[in-house]
Design a binder for this molecule. Structure first.
Ligand SMILES: Nc1nc2c(c(=O)[nH]1)N[C@H]1C(S)=C(S)[C@@H](COP(=O)(O)O)O[C@H]1N2
Ligand SMILES: [Mo]
Length: 231
């Protein structure tokens, strides 16, 4: 999780955190994403909306963790602050929404239409955060305002920015990947080099690497100017 950790297989360090993602989401960054309540749904007894005030009653945690993108870039020691997903789940979601006991398939959705899936058990790890601050400042649109997931043990595509909905399902078939099917691993653990499905990880490294500088430029070009959280 921290900078003392060895670099995971196939990763290379870069010196700043770029805004990054799939090309089709590059143009969907708004200067200001609205602060919306977090919608909780799926196989729950009661769909609910968690507003900012309830979230901010949770214990604030600060965490320094490495960030690994599946395309092979890694940014060491990113300082996030926010709330543990597990605290939110145990203190707010379980009481209010009452997800079915078998609802272990979680879908996370961003305001830009991006989405990711993770098993509930992975989301309950102590280093998974709902982050609203980066490097001591409020999160800007560039890195996921108003609220984003941070799951350091998983490739970046699980860390959904501009998070607006979390769904708990008993079956995994509600998820439609925003990428191509081979790019989407159900867990995407960095230590296990679970980059995608079916294709061997070294092939994916080789396929993805040439895209890094192009995508960084694309995301920079499409970034609205109003956002001040550049680094
Ligand atoms: N909403 C949303 N979340 C997203 C993405 C996206 O395009 N939209 N891209 C993912 C990918 S592939 C990566 S590597 C990280 C990048 O986070 P950053 O832009 O803060 O560096 O966000 C992830 N979460
Ligand atoms: Mo990524």
């Amino acid at each position: 999780m921290t900078t003392d950790a060895p670099l995971p297989p196939g990763q290379r360090v870069i010196d700043r955190l770029p805004r990054f993602g799939l090309p089709r989401y590059a143009g969907r960054c708004q200067a200001r994403f609205p602060v919306l309540p977090l919608r909780i749904g799926g196989d729950v007894e009661q769909a609910v909306e968690l507003d900012w005030a309830v979230l901010s009653d949770l214990a604030r945690v600060e965490q320094i963790s490495d960030f690994h993108c599946v395309t092979t870039w890694s940014k060491r020691a990113v300082c996030w602050s926010g709330y543990r997903f597990a605290d939110c789940y145990h203190s707010l979601i379980q009481d209010r929404a009452r997800p079915a006991a078998q609802a272990q398939f979680v879908i996370l959705r961003g305001q830009d239409g991006f989405r990711a899936r993770l098993p509930l058990a992975d989301l309950l790890a102590a280093d998974v955060l709902l982050a609203d601050r980066l490097d001591g400042r409020p999160l800007g649109a560039k890195h996921g305002a108003p609220l984003r997931l941070v799951a350091p043990a998983h490739y970046g595509y699980k860390s959904v920015k501009h998070l607006c909905a979390v769904e708990f399902w008993c079956h995994g078939d509600h998820f439609k990947t925003p990428s191509l099917a081979f790019m989407d691993h159900p867990r995407a653990r960095v230590d296990h080099e679970e980059r995608g499905q079916w294709l061997p990880a070294p092939l994916l490294r080789w396929l993805y690497r040439p895209w890094i500088p192009r995508l960084i430029r694309l995301f920079e070009r499409t970034l609205p100017r109003a956002d001040e959280n550049h680094r």
